[in-house]
Design a protein around this ligand. Structure first.
Ligand SMILES: [Zn+2]
Length: 254
């Protein structure tokens, strides 16, 4: 695991088992994380409703619970994700599921206007993601890892990466994994979060995606990933990430 900066320790350890460490001001991290000076804006970008939740649901719940602002951004509304339903019907159902999952996690949803199964990389699409991230001005962004069997995940990852470059690499960029082995591949994490305290909340948020039958196969896919990353990190359940090495040394806060 790579060394992480002191500021990130202050921010991230507030949501890990190191939560009792003291911050710079001598307050507890729980107190610090709720102070306006240390409030971070964190965005998770996923291609479909359920990607941010299954890949980063624990991280989102932890950051939100310690007072940070968290946005779950969906490139599409899952238009192609329910067999027998029109794109319009599926989008409505899956938008409602995403909104409900976000309420459970304590985060704000955002939808970026692409179409499930047909995500595009064009000048206009680059601009859409750039404009969204420029407007929201986050401190940290979690993106799909680009080496992934799903084209929409590849597209989502590259759009975020390009916006990060063109915005001057001013926020910390993290990659997350989804269904590793099936979808994400060659994913070698250098950051971990202990999500044991919120794993039930994460799963509850994932299970509201009833149109995707996540509850049926969660344990055999996402559950195994959480346990394996937990084994690597030395806790029961973890999520794992790759932090881009050219991320700013410290999130732009305070
Ligand atoms: Zn997906």
């Amino acid at each position: 695991m790579a060394e992480i900066t002191r500021r990130e320790i202050l921010c991230i350890s507030g949501v890990t088992m190191m939560g009792s460490l003291l911050g710079a001001t001598g307050k507890t991290l729980a107190e610090e994380s709720k102070s306006a000076n240390n409030k971070l804006k964190i965005i998770v970008v996923g291609a479909h409703p359920d990607d941010p939740e299954t890949g980063c649901g624990g991280a989102m719940a932890l950051f939100a619970s310690t007072g940070h602002e968290v946005i779950s951004a969906y490139l599409t509304r899952g238009e192609a994700g329910i067999s027998g339903k029109s794109h319009e019907e599926a989008a409505q159902i899956r938008t409602e599921e995403a909104n409900k999952a976000c309420r459970i996690l304590g985060v704000r949803p955002a939808f970026l206007g692409q179409i499930d199964g047909n995500c595009e990389i064009t000048k206009e699409r680059y601009k859409d993601v750039y404009n969204f991230l420029e407007k929201e001005n986050p401190d940290m962004v979690f993106s799909h890892w680009p080496i992934d069997t799903h084209r929409d995940h590849q597209v989502s990852s590259l759009l975020v990466y390009d916006a990060w470059l063109r915005l001057g690499r001013k926020f910390a960029l993290y990659y997350y994994e989804v269904m590793s082995g099936h979808q994400s591949q060659n994913f070698s994490p250098n950051q971990y979060l202990d999500i044991s305290s919120v794993v039930e909340q994460k799963q509850t948020a994932c299970f509201v995606h009833k149109s995707q039958n996540i509850e049926k196969w969660y344990k055999s896919v996402h559950g195994r990933m959480e346990e394996f990353r937990g084994m690597e990190f030395g806790c029961k359940y973890a999520e794992a990430f790759i932090r881009h090495v050219q991320s700013p040394a410290e999130p732009s806060i305070g």
